[in-house]
Ligand binder design. Structure first.
Ligand code: AMP
Length: 282
């Protein structure tokens, strides 16, 4: 496995990997790799000859009061996991390598970030698009894999790929969960033992709403409000919980046949923000 810390070296390595007409799949991450990331790496192997993993805690996607400084960083452990999974190249640049010049340009997002995580994390998706755009230009992968866990991110990146004509096939991978249903996340390490026991409540609330919807509740507003209260009673602080259109990422009140919906929530448990979602093909 090769490790590139500079853009130049990454390009050289990619050139070498591609020399015999081989294909490359990219798995972008912020490190502190867990089984969710590993599942993306394993799926990436099915799509391309070589898997490239990028590890970069992207300062541009953290707000001033967010957890950039405390975000878990486990570089040695991450490299070992990548090696064990047969990754061909890890691109792990420094902050200066990625952002060494004054920036004159930014990517503007209209409406796709006005709700869900975009509403509570201003500038977050602009920061995500900035880094993903740079990674796509540096690695120029044939495939890039992202998790359904960050479903709004996936939809916004898909839109960028389409509108900016990146020649890359995107794959959305299912959410890896702990045995009790909690979606795996690097941030789960922030949870206290007690919070960790409470945390699967978010997924249970989503599953409960999903079941009611499948059983015929097609205007789920009251049902969702009730689940919000239940979660609050368990100690969660609600950021959002709702039903959104998969296409427009806008909240919907009444489900209509033939559409795909995202039943999604973001909640705080102490200082940890948890997100989760279920896709509903109606
Ligand atoms: P992150 O390191 O949190 O930026 O995540 C890197 C990639 O892994 C993103 O595409 C995430 O959506 C994906 N990911 C994170 N958690 C999970 C999970 N539990 N299951 C599947 N993919 C995940």
């Amino acid at each position: 496995m090769n490790i590139a810390k500079t853009i130049d070296n990454a390009r050289k390595e990619i050139g070498r990997l591609r020399s015999a007409g081989k294909t490359v799949a990219l798995v972008p991450t912020m490190g502190a790799l867990h089984e969710g990331h590993i599942s993306l790496i394993r799926q990436a192997r099915d799509y391309a000859d070589y898997v490239v993993v990028s590890i970069f805690v992207n300062p541009e996607q953290f707000g001033p009061n967010e957890d950039f400084d405390t975000y878990p960083r486990e570089p040695e452990d991450d490299l070992k996991k990548c090696r064990d999974e047969g990754v061909a190249l890890v691109f792990a640049p420094s902050g200066n390598e990625m952002y060494n010049e004054q920036k004159f340009l930014s990517i503007n997002i209209s409406s796709l970030n006005s709700q869900m995580c975009g509403a509570s994390r201003p500038g977050f998706f602009e920061g995500v698009l900035l880094i993903v755009n740079k990674l796509f230009n540096i690695i120029r992968p044939d495939f890039a894999l992202f998790g359904q866990k960050d479903i709004q991110q996936f939809q916004i990146i898909s839109t960028m790929v389409r509108e900016f004509n990146h020649n890359i096939n995107l794959v959305m991978a299912p959410i890896e969960r702990a045995n009790d249903g909690l979606a795996l996340s690097s941030r789960n390490t922030y949870l206290t033992d007690e919070e960790r026991l409470t945390a699967p409540g978010l997924y249970r609330a989503l599953q409960y709403i999903e079941k009611q919807v499948i059983d015929g509740v097609h205007t789920p507003k009251l049902l969702i409000e009730h689940q919000k209260s239940e979660l609050e009673a368990k100690g969660f602080r609600i950021d959002y919980l709702g039903m959104f259109s998969f296409k427009t990422l806008q909240q919907i009140n009444t489900l209509q046949k033939g559409n795909i919906y995202i039943l999604a929530g973001a909640v705080w448990l102490g200082k940890t923000r948890l997100i989760d979602n279920i896709l509903i093909e109606f």
